[in-house]
Write a protein that binds this ligand. Sequence first.
Ligand code: NAD
Ligand code: UDP
Ligand code: UDP
Length: 323
Amino acid sequence: MVDRQLDANRYALNRRVLVTGGAGFLGSHLCDRLIDRGDEVLCVDNFFTGSRTNIAHLLDNPRFELMRHDITFPLFVEVDEIYNLACPASPVRYQFDPVQTTKTSVVGAINMLGLAKRLRIPILQASTSEVYGDPDVHPQTESYWGNVNPIGPRSCYDEGKRCAETLFFDYRRQHDMNVKVVRIFNTYGPRMHLNDGRVVSNFILQALRGEDITVFGSGEQSRSFCYVDDLIDGMIRMMDTPRDVSGPVNIGNNGEFTMLELAEAVIELTSSTSKVTHLKLPQDDPRRRCPDTSYAADLLDWKASTPLREGLIRTIAYFREFV
Ligand code: NAD
Ligand code: UDP
Ligand code: UDP
């Protein structure tokens, strides 16, 4: 009797959370954290850039369910919350099939918003610092509207994510929905893809293999790198805000580094003999990027706390297993 009561309570308390893109880098960490805190997770992924390996440890967990599905198609499930992360994130991957990238951002957002609307549940969008494009304002505040090329090779991602934000706020205005938008800045950590061309994974692999470190352009362009655990913490805090809070809110680490500084740190931390080589800077590559995170601090009582070197050490340890 007591056990049945406990079970009933647990059933009543368990939230069923949909994570789209749950087999990806960030999505798999989010699934872990939600499961750890007692939620049930429905992970939806088409495995375009995600992998079963990222979630292999969850497959036998009774509170975890995996569904292979492409969110550009309608999805009819019953859940209590949606985190919409499905979308390739690295320039190499999102430019591989740019039309599908825009479809995933835009049609995928419409489907997930339609699902949230039918169920009357909160939905969080994983937006990106790329909505600021090559920014004229530094550091980037949420009120800055951005500087994006609408027809360049990065546009499928930048404009797709911008349109998704538009949809989120229109669904809020038009249908009084509980929407949340986080603008994620460059994030790194274990389970990053080994070969998707992002700077942190490229530099670590090159350093561990003793190959040249490929700095694009002069290497003076900057990025701000957030360790994955910090990012997931901020994202969950945002989902848990009251109904009238929608953002958008920047989530990132406001330590700013040039690519040359990153290369030096990786070489030092791997004790590598690699040398830096310079390759052509890709078109429309943003020159500077650093979040103003004061809104996140006020709203979520959140700040990224993992220093770059510490995060790099953990990420390097993960990459060593594959080299
Ligand atoms: P990722 O590529 O590792 O994960 C994306 C996941 O979405 C993959 O598992 C992929 O298979 C899945 N997916 C792609 N298209 C899909 C579709 N149509 N239907 C279903 N699943 C689909 O990337 P990530 O780094 O984990 O990024 C997750 C989200 O966070 C993305 O929306 C990305 O735009 C955003 N983001 C990430 C970063 C970062 O630095 N990693 C920065 C800004 C924004
Ligand atoms: N949708 C979905 N799952 C649902 C409800 C809706 O995938 O449970 C999709 C549906 O296919 C639709 C989209 O979400 O194309 C947008 O739904 P909405 O209700 O906003 O628009 P409508 O159905 O009126 O076009
Ligand atoms: N970059 C680099 N060498 C690489 C990969 C990337 O110098 O091997 C640079 C890239 O030109 C950009 C920065 O690192 O200036 C971050 O690139 P990434 O693709 O990781 O992310 P994004 O450009 O989307 O911020």
